[in-house]
Every structure is written in C-alpha cells, then in structure tokens.
Design a protein around this ligand. Structure first.
Ligand code: SF4
Length: 261
C-alpha cells in the first residue's frame, strides 16, 4: 500500500467512524518516517493492515521502519473547526440579525463531560463565552458544587453559535446550518457523558418533540456518549423548586461518569 492509498484508506475509515480515526472531515493525516525508538501506541486502529494509528497526544516518538500515521489532538481539531466557522460566519441569517460575535465553545478539549445548551444570550454574545451571566453562574455552581468538577474540566457549547434576536428559539434553517459544527465538536471531544440543557437543546439533539419534563433524567445513546437531558439553568432561575430534579439528574451524571471511567 503506497502513501496515497493509505491516506484514502484512512479517510474512508474515518468517514465510517472506525475507532482511532474521526468522522471529522477536517482531520488531516500525515505520515512520518523516523528512526527513533518505537513507542507503544495508545490509540491503535487498522490492526489488519499493520498500520499504527496514533493520536498525536500520545505520540512521543514514531515507529521505526513502518510509516506511522499521526492524527491531530482534540484541541487541534477544535481549533480547525473554530477557524472553519470563522469569526464572521454568514452561513445562516443570524449573522445579519444583531449578533456581536460567534460563540464557539469553552473548556477542556478532552472533557469526559460536555454540556450543550441552545444558543448564546446577551451576556454570551457580548463576552464570546457560553453560559456566563446569572444562568451561567448557576451552571457553574451545578458543575463545581454539585458535581464537584472544576468548570474548566468540562466542555460547554451550544447548538447554535450566534445569538437569535430577542432570544427567540433558533429556527430550523439556522439549526440546519449550525448544528453540524456541534456534531464535529462532539466527535472531536468524544465526551463520555453529554448533558443537554433545556427543552430546545434536548429536543434538537434527540430529534424529538417530547416535553423536557418527560425526557429529563433519562439516558440516551448519542454519538458514542450517554446523553441526559435536564432543565436549563435559566429555567431554574425562574423555577427554583426544579433544582431538586436537576440535582437528581446530576447524581445520574456522576454515576455514569464513574461507571465509564
Ligand atoms: S448561527 Fe452558526 S451558521 Fe449561523 S451565522 Fe452563526 S455560526 Fe454561522
């Protein structure tokens, strides 16, 4: 198998989601030849081909003799997606409806736990960071006081990256344009557990019209992760008694994280 065939083979496998590759089309694959000491691959695929597939995070050095394929780290893939969206994305009409900036996402690119909300609000639009302001502080409390995890260790993003006017719900054409970027973020991070925050985020991800009160606290398989819908922090600010149910959901999140560790 020559280099071009190898690259084509890996691209095809990546599209299929073969472990050790990514469905993210942006992944670039490069081959290196080295005479350094061999390393034990931490992430190996294509055993049948005899080709080692290493994630660059785990590759201290290459293999000797055989070509070694280095795939980019989650942080690098996220950065590629961020660059591809661009600071002034015009793929949907929200770009012309008063947004200040694209709000990409924040946190640990290798997070085991990811939170996905609906869309940026006024504070997020101003600061360029998801979940700031009062609802964001409550989410931070849920993460740090409830789950006992530093906020910087999880990843937080929204289905839609730009603020809809008057905080209206995103419209189907906006979701259609923007959601693929979220999918690619999830595929890059590979979280073990995803918490979908609020009715819109949960219904959009799960392609359901069931009310959030019916689906919260349940566990769904989603892009290789366990997904749990729960109430949005903004809803909790208006309905503090619902915090009890969110606490129950977070206990489930903790349990799933522990089981999958
Ligand atoms: S919402 Fe998404 S698709 Fe629409 S302009 Fe913003 S980044 Fe682009």
């Amino acid at each position: 198998m020559d280099r071009d065939q190898l690259v084509e083979h890996l691209k095809f496998a990546a599209e299929l989601g073969v472990p050790g590759t990514s469905r993210d089309q942006a992944w670039r694959i490069r081959t290196v030849q080295t005479t350094r000491e061999p390393v034990e691959p931490a992430s190996v695929g294509f055993a049948a081909t005899g080709i080692s597939v290493l994630d660059v995070r785990d590759a201290a050095s290459g293999d000797s003799g055989q070509p070694v394929v280095l795939l980019r780290s989650a942080a690098e893939v996220l950065e590629t997606i961020r660059v591809e969206i661009g600071p002034a994305c015009t793929r949907c009409k929200l770009h012309a409806l008063g947004r200040t900036q694209v709000v990409f996402g924040v946190g640990n690119p290798e997070a085991a736990l990811m939170f996905v909300g609906e869309a940026p609000g006024a504070d997020e639009d101003e600061q360029g960071v998801p979940f700031v302001g009062r609802a964001g502080q409550l989410l931070t409390d849920i993460i740090e006081k409830g789950l006992q995890i530093p906020r910087k260790d999880v990843y937080i993003a929204n289905v839609i990256k730009c603020r809809p006017p008057q905080n209206r719900n995103p419209e189907p054409d906006e979701v259609e344009q923007c959601e693929p970027f979220l999918f690619r973020q999830i595929d890059a991070i590979k979280p073990r557990v995803i918490v979908a925050l609020g009715k819109f985020g949960a219904q959009t991800l799960l392609r359901t019209t069931e009310p959030i009160s019916k689906i919260r606290g349940r566990v769904f398989d989603y892009r290789g992760a366990k997904l749990i819908p729960t109430f949005h922090p903004a809803y909790l600010l208006r309905n503090p008694p619902a915090k009890r149910e969110v606490w129950e959901d977070m206990k489930l999140v903790s349990r799933l994280l522990g089981e999958s560790a």
